[in-house]
Design a protein around this ligand. Structure first.
Ligand SMILES: Cc1cc2nc3c(=O)[nH]c(=O)nc-3n(C[C@H](O)[C@H](O)[C@H](O)COP(=O)(O)OP(=O)(O)OC[C@H]3O[C@@H](n4cnc5c(N)ncnc54)[C@H](O)[C@@H]3O)c2cc1C
Length: 485
């Protein structure tokens, strides 16, 4: 089967290297490189470049590394923490796994996708009804389904119309998309499912009965099949035992003083000999001169950075036009995992404005005792859900009321809350990139394309966009461009 060398990178070897990919970077000339952003993309680029003998400075506007890998630890009871950003990955994420293994970061599987009932009966709240699903139970799904779809239920429907498409086909591997996947760029995931026979009711089930449903009617199917479906196909979801931020923190501590925190890049000036970045820190402004820049910050933030001379019109159009998903996460601390007494999972898929319900932390430890966090995970990319425009107190009451529809009695166990709204985060301005139909073919190559001395990294420049894997892959790709170019 044909594989399109989509982003001019090649697949990493799957064995043999002691350090991730570094042997592939055979630098002759040491370059001075300034990296904008200490998210996973910037850190991966820095790590690679340092291994290859280059001189690196990372400018990070915040006082911590990790960007959208953000573990909230303060303000919860002992042993509890909440992932406000990235939480899950699988061992299909080969770039990420190499870093995880190199830095010895502990992780565990949550449960196998083939065992959706491992943490109790599955829960849904759809069309105004709470639905509890046992492995062999007969559920009256509130959608018009064919007799076969009714029997299959939500997990069977995803297997039949989506996962089965991968049988006998090439999988996407780091930087390359097989042709069959690229051909799905002209449609959404729901249109793809419809082509494969999904009834309108089954499409609604895919949209509201799965965590990836929020992107299924707006994003390119080439993107969702690659970043969401291929990533979880036939493997168990994994999570970091001590919180996702352990990985960027481990990388950052190795990079040490090469990272400047509280350093906001405000202007990039390219010249014939070098490139200069104007940096604003508390109380001062200075310049960092380098041979190359890796710009590893989200495009909505880049829009406000001056670039001289200006980026090409084609690149600027993508920087200005690329949309981002909106995500608001509300974390409710619970005195007890009371849902376990009922024999149901903490997690639930809903079509309520609170979105997906998730139990956190994803890996249970002794230290958290009987407590846990129930999270409302609202995602959208059009009209905002009701909770978005509310004042804090009003939002809490609303979320508690909605959560009670899924987990009756939640108010009795509620102890406190925190929330994270990614569109309001000035260093992200959105949760993750949204490539609409047609844009994986036309915009993604442009997003990742080098402009003179400026290289571009970040999840939004990878075929695994929206993921940690995409961020790491893009950082390695940018490092290679610099090392080889
Ligand atoms: C709600 C949510 C859930 C997610 N869930 C998952 C998941 O379960 N699994 C998964 O794999 N992925 C998940 N992701 C995606 C994952 O977190 C991202 O793809 C990845 O972390 C992005 O890394 P990055 O380096 O590209 O960007 P970022 O992490 O955004 O890093 C960019 C960095 O640049 C800094 N910066 C911005 N502007 C400037 C400036 N002017 N000067 C200097 N520094 C600047 C920022 O502070 C930030 O540290 C999720 C993301 C969100 C938001």
């Amino acid at each position: 089967m044909k594989r399109r060398d989509f982003l001019r990178t090649s697949a990493v070897a799957t064995s043999g290297l002691a350090l991730p990919w570094s042997a592939a970077l055979a630098s002759i000339t040491s370059r001075r490189v300034v990296i904008l952003g200490a998210g996973l993309a910037g850190l991966a680029a820095a790590w690679e470049l340092v291994q290859a003998g280059h001189e690196v400075v990372v400018l990070e506007a915040q006082t911590r590394p990790g960007g959208r890998v953000l573990t909230l630890r303060e303000g919860f009871a002992p042993g509890l923490f909440a992932e406000a950003g990235a939480m899950f990955f699988t061992d299909h994420a080969q770039y990420l796994m190499r870093l995880v293994q190199h830095f010895g970061i502990p992780y565990e599987s949550i449960f196998a996708p083939s065992l959706p009932y491992a943490h109790g009966d599955a829960l849904f709240h759809l069309q105004g009804r709470r639905l509890r699903v046992t492995p062999d139970g007969d559920v009256d799904w509130p959608y018009e389904l064919t007799a076969e779809e009714r029997k299959l239920g939500p997990f069977g429907i995803v297997n039949k119309y989506l996962f089965s498409a991968f049988a006998g086909m090439d999988a996407p591997v780091s930087g390359t998309l097989p042709d069959w996947l690229l051909e799905q760029d002209d449609k959404t995931l729901l249109e793809f499912a419809a082509e494969r026979g999904a009834s309108p009711g089954a499409q609604k089930m895919i949209r509201h009965g799965n965590w990836f449903g929020a992107r299924s009617d707006t994003a390119s199917a080439a993107s969702t099949l690659t970043a969401d479906l291929a990533a979880i196909q036939d493997v168990a979801p994994l999570a970091f035992v001590g919180g996702s931020d352990v990985l960027p923190r481990a990388m950052a501590s190795q990079l040490g003083q090469r990272i400047r925190y509280g350093a906001e890049a405000v202007r990039i000036e390219q010249g014939r000999e070098n490139v200069e970045v104007v940096v604003r820190s508390v109380g001062r402004q200075d310049r960092v001169v380098a041979d190359r820049v890796v710009c590893a910050i989200p495009f909505p933030v880049l829009r406000d950075i001056e670039v001289a001379p200006a980026l090409s019109p084609a690149k600027q159009a993508v920087v200005n036009g690329l949309q981002y998903h909106c995500v608001t996460r509300v974390f409710l601390q619970m005195r007890q995992r009371f849902w376990e007494n009922e024999g149901v999972a903490g997690n639930a898929s809903t079509d309520l404005a609170i979105g997906e319900v998730q139990q956190q932390p994803p890996i249970r430890t002794q230290a958290q005792g009987d407590r846990a966090i129930l999270e409302a995970h609202a995602r959208w990319d059009g009209e905002p859900p009701a909770l978005e425009g509310m004042a804090e107190d009003e939002r809490l009451h609303y979320v508690l009321e909605e959560m009670a529809k899924v987990h009756p009695g939640v108010g009795r166990y509620f102890e406190g809350w925190q929330s994270k709204n990614w569109q309001g985060d000035r260093w992200a301005r959105g949760a993750y990139s949204l490539y609409r139909p047609g844009q994986i073919s036309s915009w993604l190559p442009e997003a990742s394309r080098q402009e003179g001395r400026i290289h571009f990294a970040g999840e939004h420049t990878s075929i695994f966009n929206t993921t940690m894997e995409g961020a790491v892959e893009s950082g390695v790709r940018a490092a290679r461009e610099i090392d080889e170019g």
